[in-house]
Design a protein around this ligand. Structure first.
Ligand code: HEM
Length: 476
């Protein structure tokens, strides 16, 4: 009888605590305690969530364990929240898996004063090193020569591009934050890359649901402590060689900021530096390399598109010089293909989570303060109301009738509003320079007898399952 009483008590308490209040967005019925965990197909959560919008509307709610989540779908609803009502929707929720390890420091997971200062600093330093005094353009082009050498060594035979592309892109962030690149074979670099990959291979569901994250916290803590140690060693080295008259990279600049701190309200210290560096790696490496790995796959799946890109590059740039960002305006078809790769690749399928920081009204619903918000980017990049052929690879989405490049408003793979990806400009520069360089130098194809498969692995990012590819050099 006591057991029965406890069960009835828990279920009643759960019902009272978790019932949908009047005005709250509708959604699928939730089970006691676990909520809607079993409503979703966790191998394709983003598609499950998009499908639910067909039944419950563009703004619906569901419960992940004990946490209420409101999922926003389609261009209109997502931008109304993130842009028009951005002040109410721009904070990050608490995420049990991360809180203990990151303590809300850095850019990605912070809020309020800390977030404002760290974001502003990261943006201005990125601008300075990426596009200002020390443009990253020549560094990206130089990095391409290393990766081209590596790929040429396969002499057109099948290889798995996964690690090679990851290393290439990671080196750009290394140049930015550490001021130096690593050889691809460097043991320490290889270890760091593996740890980053493990840390990003986390199901988005684990963000929200204590049931899942409980099992993972120990493993996740170990991975991230090792990563922090790696960055700590770099910081130590930078401190020894630090010269305020010659600030070489992000870490040097940050150390300078720490030195200048006089006010108590400043959030710059060494722990926060380490977190910001990890943020730049976490957000800036896997994302761009995953996009490039999708690019190879789309090019082998649609060889006629690859050929047309190569023809455009040959006529505008030729073979005697590397591409430059200034060529973009003269390469509308190539530019459209890169954008369509990003749209179809859909590499941050559910965006990063947001939270309401006050009670808000959105499209006729009332959402109280503290509710986790998922601005579903999949539903925007494949929104039937915005794209002519949403599920077909079609560079025409980004070209007008005269063949000029145009960017529809619903192209928001970097999100929108106050939390807009702060590496967007860098990512766009990298994608353009790497993609055009690859197309200038190689023709990609599947190994003989193998068909391209566009399968993905769902996590924070949507990455293609490992595949092998052949890269035939176009010229000696
Ligand atoms: C945030 C996409 C590359 C740094 C984000 C968000 C998305 C995104 C969807 C979440 C925005 C939101 O919460 O509303 C991408 C894509 C990339 C890319 C698709 C490449 C193709 C980069 C690069 C860097 C970077 C190269 C830095 C070097 C960041 C940071 C945030 C962020 C620091 C957190 C911003 C904040 O919370 O204020 N990115 N990103 N990203 N991204 Fe990127």
């Amino acid at each position: 009888a006591l057991l029965l009483f406890i069960v009835v008590f828990i279920l009643t308490a759960d019902y009272i605590k978790n019932r949908r209040l009047t005005g709250f967005p509708p959604g699928p019925p939730a089970l006691p305690i676990v909520g809607n965990i079993f409503t979703l197909d966790h191998k394709r959560t983003h598609e499950s969530m998009t499908e639910l919008a067909g039944r419950y509307g563009d703004v619906y709610s569901m419960r992940m364990g004990q946490r209420w989540v409101v999922v926003l779908n389609g261009f209109e609803a997502v931008t109304q929240a993130l842009v028009t009502q951005g002040d109410s929707f721009s904070d990050r929720p608490s995420i049990p898996l991360y809180d203990d390890i990151f303590h809300g420091l850095g850019v990605i997971l912070s809020n309020g004063h800390m977030w404002k200062q760290q974001r502003r600093f990261a943006l201005s330093t990125l601008k300075y090193f990426g596009f200002g005094k020390k443009s990253l353009e020549p560094m990206i082009l130089e990095e391409f020569t290393y990766v081209a050498k590596e790929i040429s060594a396969y002499k057109g035979k099948p290889f798995n591009p996964h690690l090679i592309v990851n290393n290439t892109v990671a080196n750009i962030i290394c140049l930015l934050v550490f001021g130096h690149r690593f050889e691809y074979g460097d043991e320490q670099f290889k270890k760091m890359m593996k740890l980053f990959e493990q840390s990003i291979q986390i199901q988005v569901d684990h963000f929200f649901c204590e049931f899942f994250s409980g099992f993972l916290i120990k493993k996740f803590k170990r991975i991230n402590e090792e990563l922090k140690d790696f960055v700590r060693t770099e910081v130590k080295d930078h401190k020894q060689k630090w010269d305020p008259s010659d600030l070489r990279d992000f870490i040097d600049y940050y150390l300078n900021e720490i030195q200048m701190v006089t006010e108590k309200s400043f959030t710059f210290d060494e722990e926060c530096l380490i977190m910001s560096v990890l943020d730049l790696f976490g957000a800036g490496s896997e994302t761009t390399s995953t996009t490039l790995r999708w690019a190879f796959l789309f090019m082998v799946k649609y060889p006629e598109i690859q050929e047309r890109v190569q023809a455009e590059i040959d006529s505008v740039i030729g073979q005697s010089r590397p591409p430059s960002v200034d060529d973009r305006a003269d390469l509308p078809y190539t530019d459209a293909v890169i954008h369509e790769i990003q749209r179809m690749g859909n590499i941050v399928p559910l965006n990063l989570p947001h939270v309401t920081n006050r009670d808000v009204h959105l499209r006729g619903y009332t959402i109280p303060k503290g509710v986790t918000i998922i601005p579903n980017l999949t539903s925007v990049l494949f929104d039937k109301r915005e794209w002519k052929t949403p599920f077909t690879f079609n560079p025409g989405h980004f070209l007008n009738e005269e063949g000029k490049f145009v960017k529809p408003a619903a192209f928001i793979p970097f999100s929108a509003g106050k939390r807009l990806c702060l590496g967007e400009n860098l990512a766009r520069m990298e994608l353009f320079l790497f993609f055009t360089s690859f197309m200038q130098h190689f023709t990609f194809s599947m190994p003989p007898g193998v068909k391209p498969v566009l399968d993905y692995r769902f996590g924070i990012t949507l990455s293609p399952v490992h595949y092998e590819i052949c890269a035939k050099p176009r010229h000696e």
